[in-house]
Design a protein around this ligand. Sequence first.
Ligand code: NDP
Length: 396
Amino acid sequence: MSKVLIIGAGGVGSVVVHKCAQVEEVFSEICLASRTLSRCENIQKSVKERTGRDIEIAQVDADNVAETVALIKRVNPKLVLNLALPYQDLHIMDACLETGVDYLDTANYEPPDEAKFCYKWQWDYQARFKEKGLMALLGSGFDPGVTNVYCAHAAKHHFDEIHYVDILDANAGDHGHPFATNFNPEINIREVTAKGKYWENGTWVETAPLSIKQSYDFPAIGPKNAYLMYHEELESLAKNIKGLKRIRFWMTFSDNYLKHLEVLQNVGMTGIEPVMFEGREIIPLQFLKALLPDPASLGPRTKGKTCIGCEVEGVKDGKPKKMFIYNVCDHEECYREVGSQAISYTTGVPAMIGAMMMLTGKWRGAGVFNMEELDPDPFMEKLNIHGLPWVEKVMI
Ligand code: NDP
């Protein structure tokens, strides 16, 4: 029986609150806080209608550490789940350290003025969390998150040595808009327009943005072009999977999405440097975000499926082995269950399960942890129970 404080009432935050509300025996009390109270009120109403449960709500600017500390002290949770944006990670970790509360997030820190995410900033909190006996679980979404756990599961149950990992992320959902992003547009576009990068033979190889593509035949979706990108779980998996020779990340994009993105980039709309407009500074990407559909509004109109998984290759009992571990998720089914599309759902369910692992003591430790460092078995079991069943396909 534990109380949790969930910060961030966006697309993912909404799924997390709904999923936590479904598991009252673990999440006995829930408080949702965000910058805009009306967003919390909408989620509070939906949770009451769908599950009959009452949740507490609050307003907070999580960039203000003192304000967040005061909120944590008042709410007195066992765990803070950060579902705001990566910019808030360090501020919320600081507030957790000050109040002595465990921490969980789904995306690693990224400075607002530089499109560069990496774990260094959060790994630097290792000693401080350890000293206080607190646990911080980083990247408990799908990718990062479930993809890390799939790798840990492959290492524990299927391979003596893993040599190659390709993480494959396909979204064949159709929301009917000419252009929209499935999660926060600013974070999404910063990620997609960045240089690609993969890890091979102990070094990082950089590629021009979206310059390498391959066609994959995805289960339940069919063939799709997937583009090589840098993604945050590569950094921790390259460090934590011993004997690894190469790890890459691939994501599908429709030709239509890429056409719009190219035009927006060419006219400067994806820039993060301030420009002067009618006597005041604006950041083009933030202005673009204000024009694009809110990801949380895509739920009722998105049809189709996602397929995300890890193709793992290596050696078992002296023989070569290759397998694909994956999940298929249906946008419309997610909407029926929690009122959100599958991208928010596939991120929110693992955040709830990560929290459940910590609160029930299945995952425990002092310090800062990436998902693959913990026992994959109880997490994999809960994925099957809470809406993200997995499939294993042996290829060789
Ligand atoms: P949204 O933009 O929909 O939601 C973010 C929410 O955070 C908004 O409601 C916003 O409030 C709130 N917020 C922003 N700044 C603050 C602040 N200073 N204080 C308090 N609240 C704040 O994003 P998503 O729900 O799509 O994404 C949430 C997180 O999930 C992101 O970090 C994203 O990178 C991550 N993610 C991870 C994935 C994974 O698989 N690991 C996949 C997809 C997303 P307001 O509306 O008032 O501005």
